[in-house]
Design a protein around this ligand. Structure first.
Ligand code: MN
Length: 128
């Protein structure tokens, strides 16, 4: 098995978005695992301790902000970089994401090269 560029936990409830982004990240050399709601995001983050989390904000069970708060509050997962993804380019979403503990923020539909720039920057910053 070849060395992955990093292990990413992709949290997204929309199946089409999830499959497309997961496939594109896999093609770019990342090992991708999936969570489909906020509670699963928190539990998988704890079990897998991925290198980075892509966190949709609008999610069932817990929204992406609350899931991020819980991930950042737990010692095992606190250091994992989180990039919030939202479909709404609402002015306040970026601030709310950063307040919740997200390390960065991007909007959907994803522009892959822009998102990869943020992913690689955070992985480099965390020593990966
Ligand atoms: Mn969603």
């Amino acid at each position: 098995m070849s060395q992955a560029k990093g292990r990413i936990l992709l949290v997204e409830d929309n199946e089409l978005n999830r499959d497309m982004l997961s496939r594109r990240l896999t093609l770019r050399g990342f090992a991708v695992s999936i969570a489909v709601d906020g509670l699963q995001a928190v539990s998988k983050a704890g079990e897998e301790v991925p290198d980075l989390i892509l966190m949709d904000i609008s999610l069932p069970e817990l929204d992406g902000w609350e899931a991020t708060r819980r991930i950042k509050a737990a010692p095992t997962t606190a250091a994992i970089p989180v990039i919030a993804l939202t479909a709404h380019a609402m002015a306040g979403d970026r601030e709310r994401s950063l307040e919740a503990g997200c390390d960065d923020f991007d909007t959907k539909p994803v522009e892959l090269d822009r998102l990869l720039g943020k992913i690689n920057g955070l992985l480099a910053g965390s020593g990966k």
